[in-house]
Design a protein around this ligand. Structure first.
Ligand SMILES: Cc1cc2nc3c(=O)[nH]c(=O)nc-3n(C[C@H](O)[C@H](O)[C@H](O)COP(=O)(O)OP(=O)(O)OC[C@H]3O[C@@H](n4cnc5c(N)ncnc54)[C@H](O)[C@@H]3O)c2cc1C
Length: 425
């Protein structure tokens, strides 16, 4: 079959990978002049297979008003005259309960464990250098109540196959000496953490660039600089993809447009509940005193991931969730705040006197669904498939999601149950 992949982020490229391996003729359409230049570019780098609990949790709603009142809170909301935004928020609020959150966590764990197995298989067969490492992750807590809640979640996650341990303050510092720095504000407020030794890191952009080279070697075509304008359907099938560089016809299409996905299928009568949660990152040149394992500061919602890049040690710092529309612009206030958070938490991790530009600041739009589950699989159009809406976990879930979609196109039964991941779930 001739299959068009719409969008060259990590979701599109991994889908192209499995489809090409299944013997299809694959073409990737992308508006930028290269792969992974939007949300898959400088994300938090965490392959967070065991830490998948959705943002829409039972304890979230009471925290929202104080967050919204503080200029430096991890979550910010900029109301817009956009019914899509308000409907998304309403569905998010409705998902903030224990039952939905537990169900989502269970489903996401199944998908993330599947993705991890596929990543391990990928790494044994393919050579791509993207700073991939299994260095473990420690989620640190600043108040006893938050830590207690995390221990309860740990018990639930253990029952689902996660291998995690609760560590007290001293154990956290023994595991990650960077937390023992008396000059660190994180050191002072640390009460304990949840350690997951099996978690991994890797640079998503470098993975995508390496995958592009492999795909080209397999005959996959890339059409860069082509902005998709509309999809046209007839008799229950998509018959034409209109771009500003001409039309494309294919036997099948896979929609992997990240936060832009809803717009292209609206005219087909499909509603995708995906809204961008804007986040920021820095890529710092790491000193010998930077963290060596991935750290998540639960209170401030900032992640720190050590990354090796051609012998150079980096620290990727990422955080913030702004419900603020579709602009990729870097808000200097939010950027300044991320730098401040990093400096307070790990004052010796880098030379903070360096220019802001040398910290490689970046902003990206997480394609988030209200519940936190991606939208995978078939649509009412026989030859249109979806692989979008991965929110804060698109890198982690990429290989599993892509394999599932490729299996559906092949007519094979996916390795995991699809309940909760389909359109309208
Ligand atoms: C600050 C931050 C930190 C994150 N940290 C992590 C993390 O640690 N671990 C993790 O697993 N995930 C993380 N994520 C989430 C992850 O980066 C995303 O879920 C993932 O990159 C989404 O991939 P995608 O391919 O769906 O979207 P994208 O990467 O955005 O790809 C979509 C592609 O479609 C193209 N496109 C859009 N519209 C059109 C059009 N009309 N015509 C042609 N092309 C078009 C875009 O240019 C883009 O290349 C983070 C995200 C952010 C913002």
């Amino acid at each position: 079959m001739h299959i068009s992949i719409l969008g060259a982020g990590v979701a599109g490229l991994t889908t192209a990978w499995y489809l090409a391996r299944d013997g299809h003729k694959v073409e990737v359409i992308e508006r930028n002049h290269g792969v992974a230049l939007e949300t898959s570019f400088a994300n938090g780098a965490q392959l967070s297979y065991s830490y998948v609990a959705p943002l829409a949790g039972p304890g979230v709603l009471p925290k929202v008003p104080p967050w919204l009142l503080r200029r430096d809170s991890p979550l910010r909301f900029y109301p817009a005259m956009d019914p899509h935004q308000w409907r998304w928020l309403l569905e998010f609020v409705m998902a903030c309960n224990r039952g939905t959150s537990d169900r989502t966590t269970r489903r996401l764990l199944t998908l993330s464990f599947y993705s991890r197995a596929l990543m391990h298989q990928f790494m044994t067969e393919q050579a791509i250098d993207f700073g991939y490492a299994k260095n473990g992750k420690l989620v640190v807590f600043s108040d006893p109540a938050g830590f207690d809640g995390a221990r309860r979640l740990l018990d639930y996650q253990r029952s689902l196959g996660c291998e995690q341990d609760a560590l007290d303050r001293a154990q956290c510092m023994a595991l990650e000496p960077a937390l023992g720095d008396p000059a660190s504000a994180l050191h002072r407020r640390l009460v304990g953490g949840i350690h997951t030794p099996s978690e991994e890191v890797g640079d998503c952009y470098r993975f995508c660039v390496g995958l592009e080279a492999k795909l080209r070697g397999m005959g996959v075509q890339f059409r860069f600089g082509a902005s998709i304008k509309a999809l046209y359907a007839k008799h229950g099938r998509v018959v034409r993809v209109e771009t500003d560089r001409g039309d494309i016809a294919a036997d099948a299409c896979v929609l992997t447009l990240g936060a832009q996905s809803p717009f292209l299928v609206r005219s087909l009568g499909l509603r995708l509940p995906i809204y961008p949660l804007k986040g920021y990152s820095l890529t710092l040149l790491a000193s010998a005193r930077a963290p060596r394992i991935s750290i998540t500061d639960f209170k401030r919602k900032v992640v720190y991931a050590p990354l090796e890049n051609n012998g150079v040690q980096q620290l990727r710092v990422a955080g913030m969730a702004d419900i603020a529309g579709y602009s990729h612009e870097i808000d200097p206030m939010r950027l300044g705040q991320l730098i401040k958070e990093s400096k307070l938490a790990f004052p010796a991790a880098t030379n903070y006197a360096q220019s802001t530009a040398s910290m490689q600041p970046w902003a990206g739009l997480r394609p988030a669904t209200p519940k936190g589950t991606p939208i995978l699989g078939a649509t009412p159009y026989a030859n249109l498939f979806l692989n979008c809406g991965h929110g804060a976990l698109g890198w982690t879930l990429a290989l599993g999601s892509a394999r599932i979609v490729a299996d559906l196109i092949k007519g094979a039964r996916p390795a995991i149950a699809l309940a909760g991941f389909g359109l309208g779930a």
